[in-house]
Write a protein that binds this ligand. Structure first.
Ligand SMILES: Nc1nc2c(c(=O)[nH]1)N[C@H]1C(S)=C(S)[C@@H](COP(=O)(O)OP(=O)(O)OC[C@H]3O[C@@H](n4cnc5c(=O)[nH]c(N)nc54)[C@H](O)[C@@H]3O)O[C@H]1N2
Ligand SMILES: Nc1nc2c(c(=O)[nH]1)N[C@H]1C(S)=C(S)[C@@H](COP(=O)(O)OP(=O)(O)OC[C@H]3O[C@@H](n4cnc5c(=O)[nH]c(N)nc54)[C@H](O)[C@@H]3O)O[C@H]1N2
Ligand code: SF4
Ligand SMILES: [Mo]
Length: 891
């Protein structure tokens, strides 16, 4: 029999790429991009390409647990229903809460929201989209009267100017970025402007980079509005017929950003660069402004969104091919969560919690006993209420708030104190699961059925291609079973995801008549077979538009009561907490190319873990020097809220006075890499979205008596190190270590760590007590089992050659002789830090090839294959080409 093939959707970012999974007879899975999926047309990025690596069951939660003991589903579901019911009976519905996620499928999300808002009768359901999309949602609603993304991906290709604001598209929406770069290749007159305080990989493909002062975006776009008006670029017909409030918005814009010189000063930018951007925008009709977390995750995030939208409304550049403001979503189903009303201040199907008519409509449709009448608590406030004890029972689904919510120390305290914590996850050990009284094993990607909606409103099916592992169940089933046990059998009698989808689609069309943007009435009567075969399509999908809708607002009609869009006057604000003498640096946080959030999935893949093996902090050389920090030092970022530690990377890609740290490391993978312990909990007053991109901190060099690394085939849970980080390698675990206390006797200490007392092992060892250097390798039958390198400073041999030795069945004499030197014997090469994840090509190999004459990305691809599969590393290849070019010039 041949392989079974299933079309499904990538479970990572909001690009929403189509994936074909093929399952061989022996159960092994291979993935490739779906050439027929309109989002990616066959492409996948490094994360999507490595999806099969993450299907490993070793870390999965496979059975329900209560109080740390395996129990039956019946027992666990009874415990959840009873636990919630008891709190509701004693303290009312607002004493319980759900904290859910844009990584649930729409069907899961729909029933969670229905249970809380219509049956428990509280709106205390919020989602990690609060941390992500809430400012975009609020900005859209203020301007359009609805949470609508007007355009589609094709607009990126049809535009003549694409402005990327606070978006590291190359790493976070890689396939979209590649579509953009391809469009630029095909049409060289397409300009790309990147607005980001950091010089990111995204900047590599841009014509202009504005390294804006953190938080200053609204002043920049206010200045643009002034410029457009002054240069007669306002579209008077559009403004007159379809909008309201331009004058007030202009007045506010004049107040903050009267001229280019003032803007340059406020935004920390060269006036000439600002002028170039404004001119480009003014003279280009087809312009798409893409924005992401550099805009949303701010205490003035909603204002930043509206300052961008204002410029598109003023020029009437919205809803037509190649133009419009474009909020790219983060999670695979961030958009689906908004459709079902997963946020605490929404209802369902884009109906409003604040409108009595909408509440009645939903209550009626659901035949619900009640309906929440007031907004529930937003994420940050929700965890405050848990700590204060006003929320006594909390159910967390598909998110890891102990790592990802700002002021994470507070979340740890809240969860430790909460009477009843339920966690639905796929993974057994997460920082959040540690606090779960009940753990519910959820079906993971590949095991579950449902739909997700991507950034361009495109609904795609996720399809199961393997049997469920252990006793896992789909999230919708788990929620439904609890609802039934709480007495709501009739309203939660679903037998399949398809049934839930039909209800969701029907609600969206119920009493709609074109009054609401979100309308799936055309899908409300899908048969099970049609649902199974559903092809990707963009909402609204109605009887008139059965194949979906690529763009909205092209006709100038919006969803406000008078159908006119609103300009919002913006008075730019500084970030909530300013830097000070005690906390002089501004910490910015975000993502790396190959990791996904809290590492529960990408942390399983050796090739994805090789790009960055430990938490790091990027520091400008001028800030590093006075602290005595060099590349590779260890340092702690300290704020009023907490502390985190990481490896220092000295780089001028961050602005002076700012730091950047990735959000990914948790307590499972590092001693102190969880950066959200440091991040401040300030939120935007309109959207409630946290200011992840700006926390005042100080950087403190970490002194350690020893530094080291350890490579081992086995995972080693105990390490007597005060700093550690671990990462998967191919067939091994990699540990980076440092310690405050020098052991009396290194040999004994190392043997204890490596469990090497066994006589049968071969033990190669070297130490120099005076120099505080210790190195050892342990072999069994000639095969390398583990090795450890310790020294007084972080300057230790490179790891990559040593890592490659774990792939060998036995080491030859020359290799053995070289192993403790940590350098390859003649004829073998150090490959350097991995750059290309698909083909495992390292930096040293790439630089060698450039020196040997490979002068372009294409030449590197032809020689090393690097960059020729998913293309995610192409921006980094360009950086290396430029660096080597410079070095050759200097030489
Ligand atoms: N590889 C990878 N991809 C992902 C994810 C992942 O974990 N890993 N997660 C997904 C999710 S959920 C999301 S939300 C998206 C996020 O995607 P992005 O928003 O692109 O990613 P971030 O790295 O969070 O932040 C984007 C940029 O904002 C910049 N920035 C910081 N402050 C400011 C400011 O004041 N103004 C401006 N203009 N820019 C600023 C940062 O320097 C950073 O480069 O990525 C999605 N894709
Ligand atoms: N400092 C800083 N912090 C940030 C951000 C930042 O830029 N900077 N960004 C924020 C943003 S935009 C986001 S979106 C959040 C993301 O933060 P989280 O949502 O906390 O991150 P994940 O690691 O994706 O957590 C998802 C969890 O769900 C589990 N899971 C996966 N699939 C399923 C499923 O089908 N069912 C169930 N029940 N569980 C599943 C995974 O194992 C994992 O434990 O982080 C936020 N935190
Ligand atoms: S761009 Fe990458 S992570 Fe995002 S959906 Fe596509 S393959 Fe998945
Ligand atoms: Mo996100």
């Amino acid at each position: 029999m041949g392989a079974i093939e299933r079309r499904t959707t990538c479970p990572y970012c909001g690009v929403g790429c189509g994936v074909i999974a093929s399952v061989a007879d022996n159960g092994s899975v291979a993935v490739r991009g779906d050439p027929d999926h309109p989002a990616n047309l066959g492409r996948l990025c490094s994360k999507g390409s490595a999806l099969a690596d993450t299907l490993d069951l070793s870390s999965r939660l496979l059975q329900p647990e209560v109080g740390g003991k395996h129990v039956s589903w019946n027992h666990a579901l009874d415990a959840v229903a009873l636990g919630f019911q008891r709190v509701i009976d004693q303290h009312g519905p607002n004493a319980v809460a759900f904290y859910v996620s844009g990584q649930l499928l729409t069907e899961d999300y729909y029933v969670a929201n229905k249970l809380m808002k219509g049956f428990i009768g509280s709106a205390n359901i919020d989602t990690n989209s609060r941390l992500c999309m809430a400012s975009a949602v609020a900005g859209h609603k203020r301007a359009f009267g609805s949470d609508t993304v007007p355009g589609c991906y094709e607009d990126f290709e049809r535009a003549k100017l694409v402005v990327l604001v606070g978006s590291n598209t190359a790493w976070c929406h890689p396939v979209l970025y590649q579509r953009l770069l391809q469009a630029k290749k095909d049409h060289p007159d397409l300009s790309i402007v990147v607005i980001d305080p950091r010089r990111t990989a995204t900047v590599e493909g841009a014509d202009l980079h504005l390294p804006i002062r953190p938080g200053a975006d609204a002043a920049l776009f206010n200045g643009l509005l002034v410029y457009l008006s002054a240069h007669d670029e306002v579209n008077p017909q559009f403004v007159e017929r379809h909008t309201d409030g331009l004058e007030d918005a202009l007045e506010a814009a004049h107040a903050s950003s009267p001229d280019i010189a003032t803007v340059g000063e406020r935004c920390g930018l060269a006036a000439a660069d600002v002028a170039r951007f404004y001119e480009l925008f003014a003279r280009t009709e087809r312009v798409v402004t893409v924005f992401s977390q550099g805009v949303n995750q701010s205490s003035s995030g909603t204002d930043k969104v509206n300052s961008i939208v204002n410029c598109h409304l003023a020029t009437g550049r919205i809803g037509r091919p190649g133009m419009g403001p474009f909020s790219v979503t983060g999670q695979p189903n961030a958009m689906g969560g908004r459709e079902v009303g997963g946020l605490a201040n929404q209802l369902a199907a884009h109906l409003e919690l604040d409108y009595p008519g909408h509440r009645a409509l939903v209550k009626d449709f659901w035949k619900a006993p009640t309906i929440a009448s007031e907004p529930g608590l937003k994420a940050v406030d929700l965890f405050r209420a848990v700590e204060a004890g006003t929320i006594k029972a909390l159910w967390i689904m598909a998110t890891n708030p102990a790592v990802s919510v700002p002021d994470a120390g507070q979340v740890h305290r809240a969860l430790a104190r909460c009477e009843f914590v339920v966690v639905s996850d796929c993974v057994r050990h997460t920082d959040t699961a540690k606090y779960g009284h009940v753990l519910l094993p959820a079906s993971a990607w590949g095991e579950k059925e449902g739909t997700v909606t991507n950034s361009e409103r495109r609904i795609s099916r996720q399809r199961a291609f393997m049997p469920p592992s252990g006793e896992v169940r789909p999230d919708w089933w788990i929620i439904t079973e609890v609802a039934r046990r709480m007495g709501f059998e009739n309203a939660f009698a679903y037998q399949s995801a398809a049934e839930i989808f039909r209800e969701h689609a029907a609600l969206s069309g119920h009493a709609n008549e074109g009054t609401r943007d979100f309308d799936l009435s055309g899908l409300a009567a899908l048969s099970d077979a049609e649902y199974a075969d559903l092809v990707p399509l963009q909402w609204p999908v109605t009887r008139e538009r059965p194949h979906g809708t690529a763009r909205l607002f092209g006709d100038g009609n919006f969803y406000t009561p008078d159908s006119r869009a609103r300009f919002i006057p913006i008075a730019p604000r500084e970030p909530a907490h300013a830097t000070s003498c005690d906390y002089p640096l501004a910490l910015n946080t975000g993502r790396v190319r190959d990791h996904w959030h809290t590492l529960t999935r990408t942390g399983l893949s050796a090739r994805l873990s090789a790009h960055f093996v430990e938490p790091y902090i990027e520091v400008h050389p001028d800030d590093a020097a006075p602290l005595g920090l060099v590349d590779g030092s260890l340092a702690r970022a300290e704020s009023r809220w907490g502390t985190a530690a990481g490896r220092v990377r000295v780089t001028d890609s961050v602005r002076r006075g700012t730091l950047f740290a990735p959000m990914h490391w948790s307590d499972q993978f590092s001693s102190a890499g969880a950066i959200d312990r440091v991040v401040n909990p300030a939120t935007d007053p309109v959207s409630g979205e946290p200011e992840f991109k700006h926390t005042p901190v100080r950087l403190v060099p970490m002194k350690a008596a020893w530094h080291g690394f350890l490579l081992s085939r086995r995972q080693l849970p105990q390490h007597n190190a005060s700093y550690w980080a671990c990462a998967r390698g191919q067939g091994l675990w990699r540990y980076e270590l440092a310690g405050n206390d020098l052991p009396k006797d290194w040999a004994t200490a190392a043997r204890a760590v490596l469990c090497a007392q066994d006589d049968k092992v071969e033990w190669i060892e070297y130490f120099d007590n005076a120099a505080r250097r210790y190195r050892a390798a342990r072999l069994t039958r000639g095969k390398l089992e583990s090795c450890i390198f310790i020294g007084p400073s972080p300057q230790l041999p490179p790891r990559d050659w040593l890592v490659s030795l774990f792939g060998l069945e036995s080491l030859d004499a020359a290799t053995r002789a070289g192993i403790l030197a940590g350098v390859p014997p003649k004829g073998q090469k150090e490959m350097g830090r991995q750059v290309c994840a698909c083909f495992g090509v390292g930096e040293a190999t790439i630089c060698d090839a450039i020196r040997a004459g490979c002068g372009s990305v294409e030449a590197l691809g032809a020689r090393l294959k690097a960059g020729t599969n998913c293309g995610s590393c192409v921006p980094e290849l360009k950086v290396l080409l430029a660096q080597q070019g410079q070095q050759q010039q200097i030489a």
